[in-house]
Design a protein around this ligand. Structure first.
Ligand code: NAD
Length: 413
């Protein structure tokens, strides 16, 4: 299977050709601005000392400070972090935030580590990065296996070095120390706004439109909630244990209760239990992958019966799956647009942290919707202009915006 790095680079080369990007800009964007590798010791609970490797890659700071998550996983490696950092540059540019793109990670297995070990690892990693991150430089956020607590430790470590509290150094912080209202649900909620725009474009009435969601985690749950509130009929939902299907629709509150009490949606009392693969065969108006990357393979794409795919997960469709779905005329709303609600509210959090002035949830939500609806329209226009699909349209819009920044700023010195 192609790696994330290969896919991201291949897509960039394709779009560079499409927009006729100058040679020097192609070369510039294929490589990140700055890459940091840190090897650092952490005292473990049993008295031993382990050496961990961490990365931070800043792909671009042309449109503003670099922005992107930090992941903790045994498979973290430089190539993957480079690819994800480039994707962040395109994601922030699609929704026109004043940011560039970055990504970071530490190669570790957080599931095997105690809270104390994780705290010491996080603080040392944050210290190692303290010269290159900051509210005006590079602003980390949570990603795979990192959360609000880890952001709080990073903010505290960075602040200790400065001698005063710097809440704007990270986003995705707990609400009580400068987080934003509406941040937790932003990705799922934003994806529903995008889905509503796609339905409008295709003349699909959201009332009773059938929606299938793969994944019921931080993104999947609010997605099911807000799609249901829009009147959609969520007919199938899955998690790591399998899926649940009911053609009459699943009830969000009951799903949530089942997941919390029994650990999986498959124990939902009123539906048919289905296998992971079967979720892809359920007929629907919109399919939402909200779990892992590379979920929509060529084989699954052939079986899918939907009119729209909203990519809530990052990189959920393989290049082969993408080709099959484009041939079937499915409207695919790419990840860099469909899941940009998260980074958008991260941006709002950063603005609030810097200004030390906090917004109501209504304000956050209405500004989020405005930004995403504008981006949806601009991506559609760009795709029409270049006579291409939405994935290439979104990338073209993002690459053009970033390229314009470099042309205007010029080459230093
Ligand atoms: P999460 O860990 O909270 O949830 C993942 C869900 O996927 C869980 O319900 C898990 O049970 C389920 N899952 C795992 N394997 C599965 C399988 N084989 N079939 C069906 N379900 C399976 O993660 P998350 O934060 O919800 O992230 C989901 C995706 O969205 C990831 O690709 C992530 O990169 C992307 N994303 C997340 C955010 C965010 O704000 N959290 C923002 C942008 C993109």
């Amino acid at each position: 299977m192609t790696s994330v790095y290969e896919t991201v680079l291949e897509q960039f080369r394709e779009v560079a050709e499409l927009v006729q990007l100058e040679e020097y800009l192609r070369k510039r964007f294929e490589k990140p601005e700055r890459e940091i590798i840190v090897n650092f010791p952490v005292k473990m609970d049993d008295g031993s000392v382990e050496i961990f490797t961490g990365y931070r890659v800043q792909h671009s700071t042309l449109r503003g400070p670099a922005k992107g998550g930090i992941r903790y996983h045994p498979s973290v490696n430089l190539e993957e972090v480079e690819a994800l950092a480039m994707l962040m540059t395109w994601k922030t540019a699609v929704v026109n935030l004043p940011y560039g793109g970055a990504k970071g990670g530490v190669r570790c297995d957080p599931k095997e580590m105690s809270r104390g070990e994780l705290e010491r690892l996080t603080r040392r990693y944050a210290y190692e990065l303290s010269q290159v991150i900051g509210p005006e430089k590079d602003i980390p956020a949570p990603d795979v296996n990192t959360n609000e607590q880890i952001m709080a430790w990073i903010m505290d470590t960075y602040s200790m070095g400065k001698g005063y509290t710097v809440p704007g150094v990270v986003t995705g912080k707990p609400l009580s120390i400068g987080g934003s209202r509406g941040r937790r649900e932003a990705t799922g909620r934003g994806c529903v706004y995008i889905m509503m725009e796609a339905f409008k474009e295709l003349g699909i009435n959201p009332r009773n439109a059938r929606v299938v969601v793969q994944g019921f985690g931080k993104v999947g749950r609010p997605l099911v909630k807000y799609a249901s509130l829009k009147g959609c009929k969520v007919v199938a939902v899955s998690d790591s244990k399998g899926g649940i299907y009911n053609p009459e629709g699943l009830n969000f509150e009951k799903l949530q209760k089942t997941k919390i009490e029994k650990g999986s949606v498959i124990y939902y009392p009123d539906g048919k239990v289905i296998q992971h693969d079967e979720v892809f065969e359920v007929e629907c108006e919109c399919f939402v992958p909200a779990a892992l990357g590379n979920a929509i393979t060529e084989k699954r794409a052939e079986e899918m019966r939907c009119r729209v795919i909203c990519e809530a997960a990052n990189g959920p469709t393989t290049p082969e799956g993408d080709r099959v779905l484009n041939e079937k005329d499915v409207l695919i709303i790419p990840d860099i647009l469909a899941n940009a609600g998260g980074v958008t509210v991260s941006y709002f959090e950063w603005v609030q942290s810097i200004q030390e002035y906090f917004w109501s949830e209504e304000e956050v939500v209405s500004k989020l919707r405005e930004i995403l609806v504008d981006a949806y329209r601009e991506v559609a226009e760009t795709a029409r202009k270049y006579e291409t699909n939405r994935r290439m349209g979104a990338l073209a819009l993002a690459v053009n915006r970033t390229a314009e920044a470099l042309r205007l700023r010029g080459i230093y010195p």
